[in-house]
Write a protein that binds this ligand. Structure first.
Ligand code: AMP
Ligand code: MG
Length: 475
């Protein structure tokens, strides 16, 4: 038995029955701890002792847990499907000593009523991958779900080959998605839709609870949060890879790390996912896809947006039309910061585009280019011309060069989870039971903005052999 300090208060499980099904974690033959996030546990006010593996494998349920699988729908690569947690079980909502409410979810803990033809299981590699990338996104300062633990289950699961099974404990502000609203809307149950909207407002946008035209304000607030989120992704070169509407959280957190990966050389068309043949979710397409998803969200909200369809559509369209401008403003502010700029000048967009164009033409490494902008050793003539222009622009700032450098170092990471290093760490863990490279990687990623004392392998772009890097859903 483990002692801990869970404070469960499971509000989602008190929603109407249509929103979830009871579920029980499957038997895990020999649970074994692989990773445990001590700092996150401490931040959540959780102290553990005893059999952690049994706990995080769902074999011992903490007091107050009420395991359920959540219902949702979603557009997957554009096609609408009824889905639901097919391989995840929500244990409940833990309320931290600071009063913060978080979902505690086991991912890979066996079949649920929504599993369809799936086995409800997850392989160790992809769960470790989610742990690494989600924790890196957190230290990079981007809203994200977190990872508390990974356990191996002792079971071999059937994939392309047999692979060790594992369970990830995911911590999220909530798991309410655009797809949750699509689910309610698809059932044409306006009362449940209203209950879900009120619940989501109370949980994530409490300042809107008494707003006039509350649901329109809710829609606009969700849109604004997504604009900020996607701008954060673009800042660090993060490519989500599977931005289906069921993978867009209304909290504004990044959720569901499947075939995600980071840009090496800059190209807006970059796509890593093997199943994304058309490049729907390519780096440069992410803002447009967010807008598309938000349009699906607005559609599902229509019954709440007006007394008649015409008014509701007008309200939705007005809100959606703000997204491009809002995103552009977020993006410009973010890019200015990457260049050390705090003031605004009309020529800034052109200055930024010129750098991006140069990077694309020369296949420059996205992370390293921004990190070494102040380093004058780049001998490329086009870059030198751009650099002079940029220095002139900087000289018109009221901030000092020291302040400019500090700003740049706070938004341009020194290290990111380079795809080839992530793969190396996962291979060592999965094939050789060697967790050392993974721990080393996690340690470096814990402070991604702190300049490393020496250039290291963490700064090196992928070797040529990794150019065709492909990610797989790895379900
Ligand atoms: P994802 O691509 O992880 O966002 O999953 C899309 C949908 O497929 C969700 O409803 C998942 O619950 C479901 N799913 C993915 N993998 C499995 C699996 N191994 N067993 C059952 N359902 C799964
Ligand atoms: Mg998903």
């Amino acid at each position: 038995m483990s002692s801990h300090s869970w404070q469960f208060d499971n509000t989602y499980a008190r929603l109407p029955a249509a929103f979830f099904e009871k579920a029980t974690p499957a038997l895990a033959p020999a649970p074994c701890m692989v990773l445990f996030n001590e700092r996150l546990a401490a931040a959540l006010g959780l102290q553990f002792e005893g059999d952690l593996a049994a706990l995080f494998a769902g074999q011992v349920l903490p007091d107050g847990a009420e395991p359920i699988a959540q219902a949702y729908a979603g557009h997957q690569f554009g096609g609408f499907t009824m889905l639901g947690d097919g391989r995840a079980i929500l244990l409940g909502e833990h309320v931290t000593p600071d009063g913060v409410r978080v979902d505690i979810q086991l991912k890979g803990s066996g079949r649920t009523p929504y599993s369809r033809r799936g086995d409800g299981l997850a392989a160790l590699g992809p769960m470790l991958r989610e742990y690494i990338i989600s924790e890196a996104m957190h230290t990079l300062g981007i809203p994200t779900t977190r990872s508390l633990a990974v356990v191996s289950t002792g079971e071999q699961i059937e994939r392309e080959t047999r692979r060790p099974g594992a369970i990830l404990t995911r911590v999220a502000s909530s798991h309410i998605r655009v797809g949750t609203f699509q689910y309610a809307a698809a059932r044409r149950d306006v009362e449940n839709l209203r209950v879900l909207a009120d619940y989501t407002i109370a949980r994530h946008y409490p300042e809107l609870a008494d707003a006039e035209e509350k649901y329109a304000a809710f829609l606009r607030a969700v849109i604004a949060r997504q604009a900020q989120l996607i701008s954060g992704w673009q800042r660090v070169g993060f490519i989500h890879g599977v931005m289906n509407t069921d993978n867009m959280a209304l909290s504004g957190e990044t959720i569901d790390y499947g075939p995600c990966a980071f840009l090496d050389s800059y190209h807006p068309g970059t796509v890593f996912s093997s199943i994304d043949e058309s490049g729907r979710y390519a780096y440069g397409n992410q803002p447009a896809m967010a807008h598309w998803n938000l349009t699906r969200f607005a559609e599902s909200l229509l019954p709440l947006l007006g007394d008649n369809e015409e008014d509701a559509v007008a309200t939705a369209v007005a809100a959606l039309n703000i997204f491009p401008e809002l995103y552009e403003a977020e993006w410009l502010m973010m890019m200015r910061q990457k260049l050390g700029l705090q003031s605004t000048e009309d020529g800034d967009p052109e200055l930024i585009e010129a750098l991006l164009t140069w990077m694309q033409q020369t296949e420059a490494d996205y992370t390293n280019t921004f990190r070494t902008l102040t380093d004058p050793t780049n001998k490329n003539a086009d870059f030198a011309a751009w650099h002079t222009r940029w220095q002139e622009r900087l000289s018109r700032e009221s901030s000092s060069p020291t302040e400019q450098l500090a700003l740049m170092q706070a938004v341009n990471p020194d290290v990111i989870p380079r795809n080839h290093l992530v793969e190396e760490a996962l291979a060592a863990a999965e094939n050789d039971n060697n967790l050392a490279p993974l721990h080393e990687l996690l340690a470096v990623l814990a402070t991604p903005y702190t300049p490393q004392p020496e250039p290291s392998k963490y700064h090196e772009p992928a070797p040529a052999s990794a150019c065709d890097y492909r990610t797989f859903c790895g379900t």
